[in-house]
Ligand binder design. Structure first.
Ligand SMILES: Nc1nc2c(ncn2[C@@H]2O[C@H](COP(=O)(O)OP(=O)(O)OP(=O)(O)O)[C@@H](O)[C@H]2O)c(=O)[nH]1
Ligand SMILES: [Mg+2]
Length: 201
């Protein structure tokens, strides 16, 4: 089964996208598998609303473990199955926090094993030049993703006024990359992401 990984800086909206996109694809209950940095697996059964209230947060680095969910996309008379991974936020350099370092290492391990790469950037934040603005890690992910193929950028938070400006900056900066404008909470761009994933399954 193909694996699709969702990654990017902390707080850009990865977990919100992960759960809302799963809901968009028809999931009503989520059986989530969490994998920590030691490879320990824990399965949790959540309703979607419980998952959203537990797993999404305005504080950065809320997600630490890899979170795995099996999803289905209808194709002709059947459907294609794939695994979607939510991951902990990636930052430039080496964090002083051991937990963050381990979480980042785990994300990179799963990146190598994934066939489809969704790189999320907070478009509103880059427009305002805030903490989550474009930096080395985004350029490195872009370079790596392009070398692998099946890679796109999700320019998230375009429901915000600044997100629209940020989207234009991203399109200019990453001319050779497919950039999909998204809003994890308003479900903008979900149809395009679904098309992108199903094309690569
Ligand atoms: N306006 C707006 N807010 C968003 C969007 N996506 C996420 N948020 C908000 O951004 C904050 C972070 O969302 P998360 O989904 O937890 O972000 P994350 O990338 O998983 O963060 P970490 O797990 O800490 O790396 C929350 O307060 C969300 O409500 C979006 O598309 N638009
Ligand atoms: Mg998260």
């Amino acid at each position: 089964m193909k694996c699709c990984i969702l990654l990017g800086k902390p707080n850009v909206g990865k977990t919100s996208f992960f759960l809302n996109f799963a809901e968009y694809l028809g999931i009503t209950k989520c059986i989530l598998e969490f994998i920590d940095y030691q490879g320990m697996k824990t399965v949790k059964n959540y309703s979607l609303s419980m998952a959203k209230s537990h797993l999404i947060s305005p504080s950065p680095f809320h997600t630490r473990d890899i979170c795995k969910l099996t999803l289905y996309i209808p194709i002709y008379k059947g459907h294609s199955e794939f695994l979607l991974y939510d991951t902990g936020g990636l930052i430039d350099g080496i964090s002083k926090d051991e937990g963050i370092r381990k979480s980042m290492a785990e994300t990179l391990k799963y990146l190598y094993d994934s066939q489809i790469i969704l790189h999320m950037i907070d478009a509103s934040s880059i427009y305002k030049n805030q903490i989550n603005t474009l930096s080395e890690i985004d350029y490195q992910l872009n370079q790596y993703g392009r070398s692998r193929g099946c890679y796109c950028i999700l320019a998230n938070k375009v429901d915000l006024k600044e997100g629209v400006g940020g989207l234009e900056l991203l399109k200019k900066e990453f001319k050779d990359t497919y950039v999909i404008p998204t809003s994890s909470i308003k479900r903008i761009g979900f149809k395009e992401v679904k098309k992108f994933v199903s094309r690569n399954l």
